[in-house]
Every structure is written in structure tokens, then in C-alpha cells.
Design a protein around this ligand. Structure first.
Ligand code: ATP
Ligand code: MG
Length: 389
């Protein structure tokens, strides 16, 4: 942990007993509220779905759309501090919240991370490598970008993408026209990135408070399936040098962007040990769920400590751990095997009413003496296809 330049709210502390407003009542909001209630805070959640995962564990839920100004006003009036669980916060809503309540995270980071173009340009301007990219507005420009960057490359919508939605890997020139037609829509910018032949995907979550104190959680090694996070393995199976560099990159981003709260930094590691930052998320992240059971302080508690300007907690890893996501009917499959779960498996469910294919319903943190043991425990459950390699 270290201290550095402090921001304008350096002396403003929001103490336990105060009420925190959560914009978004999904699983991230729920886990923020669960951690915060243990710390003595009260919560009001705003979410359009009644009895949302976050609403269920809050003192109160305001049922309103995320772009509903009146709902935002109600939330701001009811709370001493506002935080959010997603980055696509409507600009007008952010303005209302900032003018009526206290939003320590501010809106600058939101506007940077809402758009892949500003996000990548900002990271690049800090001297941190990202995949080379081009902004394109027509099929001709896509063709030019594909020549300059080489195939394969990845075309993505600049805004609104998640879990691999709004993106295509382009492997052959014959695919360009079709892919452009599929992704282009009025008012949505497109970006083309060089395909990074990564050997691993990593992420580091950094926390920073207004006082300037910051720290980084242990590096997670992330395995995706069909573009959705399947597992996070901690400690990541990488060299100490790469570990240090990954943590350093996340810390540098947190400091230089004057982050208050959490910032999750997704990275690609190549065979020659280069790291490229892929994406930022200014909030708790799926790849940090392992911290709930394996670290002294969870990412959710750390987020609250950071935004409330309390001292940050220890991020010490207490045990090797593998987090596995429960998507769709994985939950029922796990429910059938509850007796088979070793005692060091911690099951977290999000209270979602409806299970849909690929919907994140919960996760399991498997603690074991080694990550290999944790991976074998997951394999033995027989719910997921075995990991190759
Ligand atoms: P999420 O919200 O789940 O993080 P997303 O839809 O925002 O995903 P990205 O994180 O940009 O999108 O990409 C999803 C996945 O696609 C990455 O985790 C990676 O596996 C692959 N991918 C994306 N960009 C590249 C690239 N330039 N080179 C190689 N693989 C890539
Ligand atoms: Mg991503």
C-alpha cells in the first residue's frame, strides 16, 4: 500500500451508520450491500426490477429505470453517498446524483470507460500498452484497418458491449463485409483491434481512496468460455516478474486516473511476457469474487472502504482459490451435488428469480492447498467440461 497525491475529497469520510445509495441492484450491488451491512452501513438500491438481487439485501429499493431522473433524485435525497455497480451510468443521471448527493467516484472515469476509444486512448497516453487499434466508420475503413493491423483482428462496438456481445473476431477478408453489416448501427462507433495471441488472460483489481491510499489485489488468471468468465485462478500461474508488472500497471492506472473506489484492469499476457491492457471496469469485477473467501478483505468491503475514505483493508491472500461461475442451470446441477462439495467450497447465490442460459446466477470459491487441487475438485463435480492442459 502507498500514499500519493490526494484528491479534493481527501478529508471527507463517510462513517458506518450512514446510508449508501447503490445505482444497480444486480449481483455486484448485492455483494456490495452484504459487505457494507456487516460494516454497519445502510443501503438504498435503485433498480428497475422489483426485488432485485441488491434490493433483497438493502434497507429499501427504489424501483426506477436507470435513466429516470426522478428516481435518481429520490436516491440522492435518501443517501449520504452514492456508488454504482456498472459503468453505463446515464450522463444526466450522473449529473443529478453529483449535484444532489456525494459521488466520490465522480463521473470522469465513467465517461472514459464507457467508450472503448476513450478507454484505450487514455491507457495508451499513460504509456501502458494496449492492442493497436483503429476507429472505423465504414466498410472501406474496416478494410484499410484490417490491412494495417493484419488478420486476425477483432471488431468491437465502442459502447455497450459486455460478455463478448458486440464484437467479432475477423480471420479472413471474406468475413469483413458481413461482420461490418452485423455490428454497425446508427450512432454506434466501431473499433478494430489487433488480435493479441495471448497465453493467459489476467486481471488485477486496484483500490484507491480519496486520501490517495491505494493497494492491489492478487493477480487473477481468468479462463473464459464462449466469451464469458468461467474461472479465476489465484495465485495466477505466472512468473514473479509478470505478477509484479501486472500489479504495477493496475496501481499506476489507479493513481494516474485519480481513481476513487475500485478499478479492475483486464490484461493479456503473450508468450514473450508482454502485458497488454484490454479493458477497465471502474467497479467490483467478476474476476475479484475469489477475494470474498480467500483474502482478508473482499473486493466489496475494499470498495466501500475506498469510497467512504476509511483506511484500506489487507488484501493478503489466505489460501489458493479457484472461483467458478454458475451460469444458467449450473445452479440446479450444483444443488444436486451439495453433499459432494468439500467443506472449503463456498457457494454464493445471487437471488435472481429467473434462470436464463448464460445468466450469472452465482459462483463457488473453491479453497484448497494448491490451485491444482482446487481445479481437480471442480473437475470432479462433473458439471463443466474438463479443462484442457
Ligand atoms: P467482458 O464484459 O466479459 O469483460 P467484453 O464484451 O467487454 O467482455 P472484451 O473484454 O473486450 O469484451 O473481450 C472479451 C474477450 O474476447 C476477451 O476476454 C478475450 O478473450 C477476447 N478478446 C477481446 N479482444 C481481443 C484481442 N484484441 N485479442 C485477442 N482476444 C481478444
Ligand atoms: Mg472484458
Amino acid at each position: 500500500m502507498s500514499k500519493h497525491c490526494a484528491n479534493k475529497h481527501a478529508d471527507r469520510i463517510v462513517k458506518p451508520g450512514k446510508t449508501i445509495g447503490l445505482l444497480g441492484g444486480g449481483q455486484l450491488g448485492r455483494m456490495i450491500a452484504l459487505a457494507g451491512r456487516a460494516m454497519g452501513y445502510r443501503f438504498v438500491t435503485l433498480d428497475p426490477t422489483p426485488d432485485s438481487p441488491g434490493g433483497q439485501v438493502s434497507d429499501r429499493q427504489i424501483v426506477a429505470a436507470f435513466d429516470d431522473i426522478r428516481g435518481a433524485e429520490q436516491l440522492a435525497q435518501a443517501c449520504d453517498l452514492i456508488t454504482y455497480e456498472f459503468e453505463n451510468v446515464d450522463a444526466a443521471v450522473a449529473e443529478v446524483l453529483e449535484s444532489t448527493s456525494f459521488v466520490p467516484q465522480g463521473s470522469r472515469l465513467l465517461s472514459i470507460t464507457q467508450n472503448r476509444i476513450t478507454e484505450k486512448s487514455t491507457i495508451q497516453s499513460l504509456g501502458i500498452p494496449v492492442a493497436p487499434f483503429r476507429v472505423i466508420a465504414s466498410q472501406e475503413e474496416l478494410q484499410e484497418a484490417a490491412v494495417e493491423l493484419g488478420l486476425p483482428c477483432v471488431m468491437k462496438t465502442a459502447t455497450g458491449g459486455y460478455d463478448g456481445k458486440g464484437q467479432r473476431v475477423l480471420r479472413d477478408e471474406s468475413e469483413l463485409a458481413g461482420a461490418f453489416a452485423a455490428l454497425s448501427q446508427p450512432g454506434v462507433q466501431l473499433i478494430v483491434e489487433k488480435y493479441i495471441p495471448f497465453v493467459k488472460e489476467l486481471s488485477v483489481i486496484a483500490a484507491r481512496s480519496a486520501s490517495g491510499e491505494w493497494s492491489t489485489f492478487p493477480v487473477a488468471e481468468n479462463i473464459h468460455r464462449e466469451n464469458i468468465l468461467h474461472m479465476s485462478i489465484v495465485p495466477a500461474r505466472i512468473s514473479p516478474q509478470v505478477t509484479r508488472r501486472a500489479e504495477q500497471i493496475a496501481g499506476e492506472i489507479a493513481e494516474k486516473l485519480d481513481v476513487v473506489g475500485l478499478i479492475a484492469v483486464e490484461m493479456f499476457l503473450t508468450a514473450d511476457d508482454q502485458l497488454y491492457v484490454n479493458e477497465l471496469a471502474p467497479r467490483p469485477h467478476n474476476s475479484g469474487h475469489y477475494s470474498m473467501d480467500a483474502c482478508v478483505t473482499s473486493q466489496f468491503e475494499q470498495h466501500l472502504r475506498a469510497v467512504c475514505n476509511l483506511p484500506l483493508g489487507s488484501v493478503k491472500l489466505l489460501s489458493p482459490v479457484v472461483m467458478v461461475n454458475l451460469l444458467g442451470d449450473d445452479v440446479e446441477k450444483v444443488a444436486e451435488k451439495l453433499e459432494q462439495l468439500p467443506p472449503a467450497c463456498k457457494l454464493h447465490l445471487y437471488g435472481k428469480h429467473e434462470s436464463k442460459p448464460k445468466r450469472k446466477m452465482g459462483h463457488i470459491n473453491v479453497l484448497a492447498d494448491t490451485v491444482e487441487d482446487a481445479l481437480s475438485i471442480i473437475d470432479e463435480l462433473g458439471i463443466w467440461e474438463k479443462m484442457e492442459g
